[in-house]
Write a protein that binds this ligand. Structure first.
Ligand code: GLN
Length: 475
């Protein structure tokens, strides 16, 4: 076994036994990246010397790949956009600080949809990322670089972010575990904001135990993010001990199984997952989340509204590319933004400013906020009856590059991940099987707000019941 194939737990054990050093671990990853990332395109940049220096100075540390919207002092942070070309972060995001103080080092910056808007990484202005299990297909998005790096053994583990599904859907496409923590579990300070009431950083890993270790390392209160509560972070990895599905009440939200466009193989794999839970002793209960059908509409009002405000700072004055064709201040703003942003980001800014404009605010934004409350209540009611929900993660397996041309069809990929994001609860994707063509498919578990311990236990027991899913990889 090569060192780059290790997960966090195995790497930590090897390091502590002195079987290898952090430098050797980083060197192994660098050589893997040189050998195959030309085909995959997971990384945007990799400061090899910097990573090796950190590994030398922190001999027990495990390298983690970082999505390119999380600030790491002295490194570029492009957010997958041309507009941030040449930008160098002046400070570490809190998650990066936490990583460094808990035995991890940032190593390599991975690709993403521009400003995390997308589900395929095709919206990156900086490069194409391919699915390591099928190079003609997308890795999912927006954390597609993170997922391709983890799924392709191009890193030990990675950080992604999830606003409406961007950790879970790519994890499902690339055979990794992806956890979207509850809103407020992890600090957003130093993470470039897309939709501030939804964004969360989370682990993308090779096992549930690794996700527990990495989540524990990054989570917790931060004075710089007022949404993070003061209470101590549970010892997630220790609490996984003896995880079982026996007697666990798992809800199956009926609305998630009635949608059109649900791929028959994903349906089969989800049904198999349900049967495995039952065989492992879980009690299955049908539940209803009646406002599910409004979630997409609500998300595509709230997320663009918040994005339009957050992205106002990229104007060529405060941040970002500055057009050299401007003749006055107004044209400086307009040309800089027109040249710097890609089409999807522009679409979101236009939608967002429209729904916030004075004549439409109540009709769209105000209404969406009210319906969001109803969606949240659906989850509260479900979790009064069950411990966890099981749903498909994405309606289809990884699709081909260029296959989804129309933005609305692309948006539909997040049908199953958006409602829980709006509710602020925690959710995860765990590898569950593969299609007959060998494409990985994950299943989603959802638990209540700040119920990460329960979520990770259910995922761990599910992982044990499933065994390792190993579809054929192309790299
Ligand atoms: N794909 C969704 C979008 O485009 C979600 C993205 C995300 O979670 N960052 O908005």
């Amino acid at each position: 076994m090569e060192l780059y194939e290790l997960g966090i737990k195995a790497a930590q054990e090897g390091l502590s036994k002195g079987e290898f050093t952090s430098m050797e671990l980083v060197e192994s990853i660098i050589s893997r990246v040189h050998a195959v990332d030309g085909k995959v395109g997971a990384y945007l940049t990799f400061d090899e010397e910097g990573a090796l220096e950190l590994a030398k100075a922190n001999p027990g540390a495990v390298p983690i790949a970082i999505k390119d919207l999380i600030n790491v002092s002295g490194q570029p942070c492009t957010c997958g956009s041309k507009i941030l070309k040449g930008y160098v972060s002046p400070y570490d995001a809190t998650v990066v600080k936490n990583l460094k103080s808990n035995g991890f080092i940032p190593a390599g910056r991975v690709n993403m949809d521009e400003f995390a808007m997308g589900s395929s990484t095709e919206n990156s202005a900086l490069g194409v990322t391919r699915n390591p299990y099928a190079l003609d297909r997308v890795p999912g998005g927006s954390s597609g670089g993170s997922a391709a790096a983890v799924g392709g053994d191009l890193c030990i583990a990675a950080l992604g972010t999830d606003t409406g599904g961007s950790i879970r859907q790519p994890a499902s496409f690339c055979n990794c575990v992806g956890v979207k923590p509850s809103y407020g579990r992890v600090s957003r300070f130093g993470v470039t904001a897309f939709a501030s009431s939804l964004d969360q950083v989370g682990p993308m890993t090779k096992s549930v135990e690794d996700a527990a270790i990495l989540l524990k390392a990054i989570a917790g209160h931060d004075d710089m993010d007022g949404t993070t509560p003061l209470d101590a972070v549970p010892d997630y990895p220790a609490l996984l001990e003896g995880a079982t599905l026996k007697g666990v009440k798992i809800g199956l939200p009926k609305e998630y199984f009635e949608v059109s466009g649900f791929d028959p193989e994903v349906k089969r794999i989800t049904e198999e997952a349900i049967r495995r839970c039952e065989a492992a002793g879980a009690e299955l209960v049908e539940v209803s989340l009646p406002h599910t059908e409004y979630a997409m509409a609500v998300y595509y009002i709230i997320a663009p509204a918040e994005a339009s405000a957050n992205l106002a700072r990229f104007d060529g004055v405060r941040y970002g590319h500055r057009s050299d064709k401007a003749v006055d201040v107004m044209s400086l703003y307009m040309k800089s933004r027109a040249e710097g942003f890609g089409p999807e980001v522009k679409r979101r800014i236009i939608m967002g400013t429209y729904v916030l404009s004075s004549g439409y605010y109540d009709a769209y934004y105000g209404r969406a906020q009210k319906v969001r409350t109803l969606i949240k209540r659906d989850f509260d009611e479900a979790f009064a009856k069950v411990d966890a929900l099981l749903t498909p993660c994405s309606p289809t397996p990884a699709f081909r590059h260029g296959e989804l041309q129309d933005p609305l069809t692309m948006y539909l990929n997040d049908l199953f991940t958006i409602p829980s994001a709006l509710a602020g609860v925690c959710a995860a994707s765990v590898p569950s099987g593969a299609t007959s063509a060998g494409l990985p498919v994950g299943v989603q578990f959802i638990c209540g707000g700040f119920e990460e311990t329960r979520l990770l236990k259910v995922c761990k027991a599910f992982e044990e019941a499933t065994g390792r899913v190993s579809p054929r990889r192309e790299v």
